[in-house]
Design a protein around this ligand. Structure first.
Ligand code: PSU
Ligand code: MN
Length: 302
């Protein structure tokens, strides 16, 4: 294993024994949710993975060391941190060289999961093509990573703040399979429906596991997006959230928020505008994805 990576003992043992492991990201904790909800969510998500038969491996960089699996103390340290870098692929070497703390986004988590031998990763929603693409040229590094790194990302679709059809088009160009789980529609993060059909549909963790094995055993490298709709009673109606999203986007433009700051700004602003309702939905969907991720990892190990 690489000199830059520390694998937690429990994770290393599970991997060596071919037991199911699910990777979890850390940007959700440091930049996606406020304290203390971020810590409570990170702990609950790990428990959800365990309850469904897999070992959780939360991924982050601490003091320049890439950690696959965090101790309870490390998780708490991370959730309380105020000087944590947000890492996509481009930022990893800086964080290592400067011995900084860094939270891994979907792209960075996929890279580290693949290096550790973890194939299934659960998160909230992937990044994608931002709205007003012509005005800002903002396309998440998550998409490029999905095009080349062989990890399945279980998510509630792409974040609702994005341009969903353009995100789906870009994933098609990159050769990334996008599968809706148990539904025809690509989910829209807070909401069950996006108004856009997913290119593929599968209905069981076993079918998803068979799909992943076929892709990778055939030598087709790259990621897979598994769009898991949020639970109906915990999801928000699209019409209910769209107003808050549009207001948050207008605020970001007015305050000239750019680059890596855009997504954390929008998520926090939407939470504010919905008086916490969007945060509640976000927590529920991350947990829902962790449960499905564990079931897929179990099916792959079987
Ligand atoms: N899912 C959530 N909350 C988040 C994210 C995902 O529920 O904060 C993070 C992921 O780390 C994802 C990132 O990679 O948002 C996208 O950031 P950007 O748009 O800057 O690429
Ligand atoms: Mn961006």
């Amino acid at each position: 294993m690489s000199d830059f990576i520390d694998i937690a003992p429990e994770v290393a043992e599970a991997l060596a024994a071919g037991k199911p492991v699910v990777a979890l990201e850390s940007t959700i904790i440091s930049h996606g949710m406020p304290y203390p909800q971020n810590l409570e969510t990170a702990q609950a998500v790990e428990q959800d993975v365990r309850d469904n038969g897999a070992v959780p491996a939360t991924i982050a960089v601490i003091g320049g060391r890439c950690k696959i699996g965090l101790s309870p103390e490390e998780l708490e340290y991370f959730a309380k941190g105020t000087d944590i870098l947000k890492l996509s692929r481009r930022d990893i070497p800086y964080c290592i060289a400067k011995k900084r703390d860094g939270a891994t986004t979907v792209s960075a988590t996929m890279i580290l999961a693949e290096k550790a031998g973890i194939r299934v990763f659960a998160t909230g929603g992937i990044g994608g093509v931002h709205r007003d693409l012509a005005g800002n040229f903002d396309v998440s590094a998550d998409l490029t990573e999905l095009g080349k790194t062989s990890v399945a990302v279980v998510c509630a679709g792409a974040k609702a703040i994005l341009d969903i059809p353009k995100t789906l088009e870009h994933l098609e160009t990159l050769g990334v399979p996008v599968i809706a789980y148990g539904t025809d529609e690509f989910p829209a993060f807070y909401s069950v429906e996006s108004g856009h059909k997913a290119p593929l549909r599968l209905d069981s963790p076993q079918d998803l596991a068979a799909f992943l094995k076929s892709k990778w055993e055939f030598g087709l490298e790259g990621g897979v997006v598994i769009g898991n709709p949020p639970e109906v009673d915990k999801a928000l109606a699209r019409e209910a959230i769209e107003g808050a999203i549009e207001d948050a986007l207008a605020d970001a433009k007015e305050q000239n928020i750019l680059g890596r700051d855009v997504t954390p700004f929008l998520l926090a602003r939407v939470t504010n505008l919905t008086e916490g309702k969007s945060l509640e939905a976000n927590i529920a969907l991350v947990r829902n994805n962790a449960r499905l991720g564990a079931k897929i990892a179990v099916a792959m190990a079987g």
